[in-house]
Design a protein around this ligand. Structure first.
Ligand SMILES: *Cc1c(COP(=O)(O)O)cnc(C)c1O
Length: 415
């Protein structure tokens, strides 16, 4: 999309708008594949952006999907994912979520604890089927000589490698659940290429060592991801040239195997971050005690409201001002919410005569709208427009509705 088309979208659809360009998603996906071993499976993490056209686009590019809730399972299926393409992950999978997954055909699970494995086995058996399980492992220590590898840290995610070795009987295949491999996810947004490469490689080595130690046949190893991407115009893009040898290095871990395992990776932000822009009209501007303020229609209810993923309330975006303006002034960019936390940036170049101007915040295709406080203060969600080059593919808006709920029956109390 050319810059001049953004004002046309505001004119045609109003403001605020999230605009996602599928062409950029395809390019990111193709670029990422160039550094992965051949035949790798690449899971798209719906957490980054569950928009059906984005999920559909990545399915078309040959991705599978990584989901962590009933809502994400349904979103994946609605976007056209086959059940065999779905990996269900996450530390708090309830019986009803596992049951929902199995009843909708999902058969691949990341297992976070012995109890999680028991629940998956029980729900599979109740549906007369068998699930394939990857044990999510939290590494204990550095396993290779690299000084850049991060040691494992205490967390709610996965099973400590030492606990797996000490209590291997808790993590065996059983009726309803077959252990097929490991899932290792070391972290998000790892911006140093050498560290990223070492972590992925170390995960491969650890998986091979653990499989040998506890005697399981590895059918799949999910090495995680952490592929970085800029957010709201800040941060570095991945330098793929620095990761050229990674695929061969990982493949070499299983070079002696007759049948090497399926190697898998996961990515959310790298695949979709740069596809998205948030456009908002300026509603008001003022000077207060010497500080200049520009008020947008969108604030932390639409962008950066999430404090997770090491994102603070202020994404401190790089902003582009679209259309005419009479010069720039440094000031604060704020949203419409009645709270001082609704500040997108406290020091950014803003149009001096602001009312009616349009601001574009780039690189918000990942962890944008659905990672924000969309219910807070009840402003309408931005319209989401999916484009492909010059074509508008879809226009829609998320809504939040309240529905009546009946009391649960006694039989459901085992939850
Ligand atoms: C969040 C998450 C991802 C996606 O992370 P990105 O930084 O968006 O690539 C992948 N796998 C797991 C297990 C996650 O929790």
């Amino acid at each position: 999309m050319t810059g001049s088309a953004y004002p046309d979208l505001i004119r045609d659809y109003g403001s605020p708008l999230y605009v996602y360009d599928l062409g950029r998603i395809r390019s990111a996906c193709a670029a990422l594949r160039t550094i992965l071993p051949e035949e790798s499976r690449l899971y798209y993490s719906l957490k980054a952006n569950p928009h059906p056209d984005i999920v559909g686009c990545l399915l078309e590019q040959g991705c599978d999907v990584e989901v962590s809730s009933e809502g994400e399972i349904d979103a994946a299926h609605a976007a056209g994912a086959r059940s065999a393409q779905v990996l269900f992950t996450g530390p708090g999978k309830t019986r009803s979520a596992i049951s929902h997954a199995i009843r909708t055909g999902v058969r691949r699970f990341s297992i976070e604890s012995a109890a999680d494995l028991d629940r998956v086995a029980t729900e599979s058996l109740a549906n007369s089927t068998e699930a394939e399980c990857l044990i999510r492992v939290n590494r204990d220590t550095r396993l290779t000589g690299s000084s850049l590898t991060m040691a494992g840290v205490s967390s709610q995610f996965g099973v400590d490698a030492s606990a797996l070795l000490a209590h291997r009987e808790l993590y065996c295949s059983r009726a309803g659940a077959k252990i097929v491999g490991f899932h290792l996810f070391s972290g998000s947004n790892i911006t140093a290429e050498d560290r990223l490469a070492d972590q992925l490689y170390d995960n491969a080595v650890l998986a091979a060592e653990l499989a040998a130690a506890i005697g399981i046949e590895l059918l799949e190893v999910d090495l995680g991801g952490g592929f970085p991407a800029p957010y709201a115009g800040r941060g570095e893009s991945l330098n793929l040239a620095l990761l050229k040898g990674l695929g061969d290095r990982i493949a070499a871990v299983w070079s002696g195997c007759d049948v090497p395992p399926q190697i898998s990776f996961e990515s959310g932000r790298y695949l979709v971050a740069t596809s998205g822009s948030l456009l908002s009209r300026v509603v008001d501007s003022k000077v207060s005690k010497g500080q200049f303020y520009v008020v947008l229609e969108s604030g932390v209810n639409h962008l950066g409201g999430m404090s997770g993923l090491r994102r603070l309330a202020r994404p401190n975006p790089a902003v582009e001002i679209l259309g005419q303006h009479d010069g720039l002034v440094r000031g604060s960019l704020v949203g419409p919410l009645c709270t001082p936390i609704d500040c997108l940036s406290s020091d950014v170049e803003l149009p001096s005569v602001a009312e009616g101007a349009v601001v574009r915040i780039p690189d918000v295709g990942a962890y944008g709208l659905t990672a924000s406080l969309i219910a807070f203060l009840g402003h309408p969600a931005p319209i989401e427009i999916v484009i492909d080059g010059a074509d508008v593919i879809s226009t829609s808006r998320l809504t939040i509705t309240r529905e009546p709920v009946a009391r649960i029956s006694q039989g459901a109390l085992h939850e």
